[in-house]
Design a binder for this molecule. Structure first.
Ligand code: FES
Length: 624
């Protein structure tokens, strides 16, 4: 097939692709990340680009107004290059990078776990061989390690190939860097002894939306850097299902997704290198936690059977793998560990969450909920754990909401509505001009709209409050949160009735998941002693408002705690303590997975939860 050139503006990047390639795909080849919520299905309208010159074949103009079409605007996923073309990518269509809220440079709290990193340095002062002592090099090394308590130890071939020179160059006084594997210890490197040299390990939270890393000194566990950005896989779809479809239904889909997440991590490592002057080759390994699909994609394993009934993943727990084998750029012989998954939709991020919150240390019955695209939850204590996942949709991460966005600069994160005037006060992340609304803002907004009487219990706008902010556009009612003159984008920021329906569906799914889990173990709501909420809500989540809309159960508010990014915290613990690593594996094996699609319980609960707060008000006695 013949090739065509695509020039992207204002980047001035040209790529050569096969004729008939979509502009969205060409942009990915050019390293330009375009929003693609629907994964290229042509339904979300986010991948808007402008064709300045050249011929394209347009398969669908859905979501495009006649005026936009006249200006040459096309959906990148529905426009295919026929000749050489020049394409302008507007700022609004780009995935914003380096704007993830990553929080403070917190030090990991190991608690009772002893500091004993998965990757460690052992210094050996070996006796050089003589004609009277002709022990071979490898045995000399292994014997010295055994004296220090390291046994069995594996010396991989790639290390043996350089061992004679490494030992002699170091004059037999060496730092041996080792990593724990399923078969004991494995030597990663033999370096000349250097007491001043610092070595590092990385903890990684591979989220569907964002990737956050923290770098730790392996000598003392101190966090020395932290960075976060969007998962570059987002250019192939916002949610896990679109990624699975891309991986399994496109020829190069799996490779593209694997390389996208690895590039995301490598870019973060490069960013840390610049900020700290630490060399990537001094990072000897990483521990990653992610949902099951993210974990498999990271390793280049197809998620095909996760998606198909009976929903079977390929891996739960994997032995350490070579970082170089999957393209992660740290020490050339560095190792990668993954926190084990439990089932197709309960991954290592949840195992890490249970580990980080010490849920299995306590007698109290605890409910752990991670609210993301999937509402994943775990119920139990030190004796038992049950878990399930419900498809909440991406609404609380801003997906499927007209002005929805992640918690980043300019996102409305808190709102208050005056019920007599219908006027709104809001607070944005970093007090910037508003450009959209994030999960915590949406939860408050829904509660406030209902309390002010602007919407009824089904989520429909009412005429109870007279305000200019309530209006109809293109046959749909909407409420204006911020007028164009006050917004950072020059557009009115609104919430529509369809947005509210999406939010109600999402909150209904999470609540139905909680009820289904309780029913599976035949426990009443009152049996729960503590509720831990994890998820990417940024700085703030209002538990009272979340109860008010029926997202979370109506129990005493002091039972609730917001625990933040426990996926990263769990990965940090596993990196810095072999005991925590073993505990993570035990937790993975201990959890009993409840498949919600089997039986009618979940669907019955879900339908009942599609009201504000619920059809059965006795379940929400404190909500007026
Ligand atoms: Fe193109 Fe969604 S419409 S990615």
């Amino acid at each position: 097939m013949s090739k065509v050139k695509v020039l992207f503006l204002p980047d001035q990047v040209t790529v050569e692709v096969e004729q008939g390639t979509s502009l969205l795909k060409a942009a990915a080849v050019a390293g330009i990340s375009i929003k693609s919520t629907c994964g290229g299905a042509g339904t979300c309208g986010k991948c808007l680009v402008q064709v300045k010159e050249g011929e394209v074949r347009v398969d669908s103009t859905r979501n495009l107004s006649p005026a936009q079409q006249k200006q040459g605007m096309v959906l990148g996923c529905q426009a295919f290059a026929i000749s050489d073309v020049t394409v302008e990518v507007p700022a609004d269509s780009r995935l914003r990078r380096h704007q993830v809220l990553i929080g403070e440079l917190e030090q990991p709290d190991l608690g009772d776990f002893p500091f004993e990193p998965l990757l460690r340095t052992v210094t050996l002062d070996l006796t050089p061989p003589t004609l009277d002592d002709i022990t071979v090099d490898s045995q000399r090394l292994l014997a010295a390690l055994a004296v220090q308590g390291y046994q069995p130890v594996h010396l991989p071939l790639r290390l043996l190939q350089r061992l004679p020179e490494d030992l002699r160059t170091a004059m037999w006084k060496v730092d041996v860097i080792m990593s724990l594997t399923d078969c004991g210890w494995q030597v990663i490197a033999v370096e000349p002894n250097n007491p001043g040299k610092e070595r590092f390990g990385l903890a990684v939270d591979i989220g569907t939306t964002t990737v956050v890393v923290s770098l730790h000194n392996l000598a003392n566990g101190q966090t020395v850097a932290r960075a976060g950005t969007y998962n570059l896989q987002a250019q192939y779809g916002d949610d896990v299902i679109s990624r699975m479809i891309h991986a399994t239904e496109n020829k190069d889909g799996l490779t593209e997704l694997q390389q996208a997440v690895v590039k995301t991590i490598n870019d973060l490592i490069r960013q840390i290198e610049k900020e700290t002057q630490i060399n990537r080759e001094d990072i000897y390994g990483l521990v990653a936690a992610g949902n099951t699909t993210m974990s498999q994609l990271f390793l280049g394993i197809s998620p095909k059977y996760i998606r198909l009934e009976p929903y079977i993943p390929t891996i739960s727990s994997v032995a350490a793998v070579d970082a170089a084998e999957i393209g992660v750029k740290i020490h050339p012989r560095g190792m990668v560990y993954l926190i084990p998954s439990v089932a197709s939709y309960v991954g290592g991020d949840i195992t890490a969450g249970v580990l980080a919150t010490r849920l299995t240390d306590a007698e109290e019955i605890t409910l752990f909920i991670d609210i993301g695209t999937n509402g994943e939850m775990v119920l139990g204590n030190r004796d038992w754990l049950v878990t399930c996942a419900c498809s909440a949709g991406p609404a609380f991460e801003g997906g499927g909401i007209t002005f929805g966005m992640r918690a980043m600069e300019g996102a409305i994160e808190r709102v208050k509505i005056d019920s007599s005037t219908g006027e709104i006060e809001y607070k944005t992340v970093q007090d910037a001009k508003p450009i959209g609304i994030c999960g915590s803002g949406l939860i408050e907004l829904l509660g406030q709209l209902r309390r002010a009487g602007l919407i009824d219990r089904t989520g429909k706008f009412t005429d109870q409050v007279q305000t200019d902010r309530l209006r109809e556009r293109d046959g749909e009612k909407e409420y204006v949160l911020a007028w164009a003159k006050d917004s950072g984008s020059g557009k009115d920021i609104v919430i529509t009735e369809s947005d509210i329906k999406n939010l109600i569906r999402s909150k209904g799914a999470v609540y139905a998941g909680v009820r289904s889990l309780l029913r599976a173990v035949d426990l009443p709501l009152e049996a729960i002693d503590r509720i831990f909420i994890a998820g990417g809500f940024g700085h703030y989540l209002s538990i009272p408002e979340a109860v008010e809309i029926g997202l979370l159960p109506d129990v005493e508010r002091d039972k609730y705690a917001y625990v933040g990014n426990t996926s990263l915290k769990g990965a940090q613990l596993a990196l810095l303590s072999v005991s925590a690593w073993h505990r993570a594996r035990q937790i993975g094996e201990m959890m009993t997975y409840i498949e919600l699609s089997a039986g009618n319980t979940f669907m019955d609960e879900y339908v009942s939860a599609l009201f504000l707060p619920h059809t059965d008000l006795t379940q929400f006695p404190s909500v007026k």
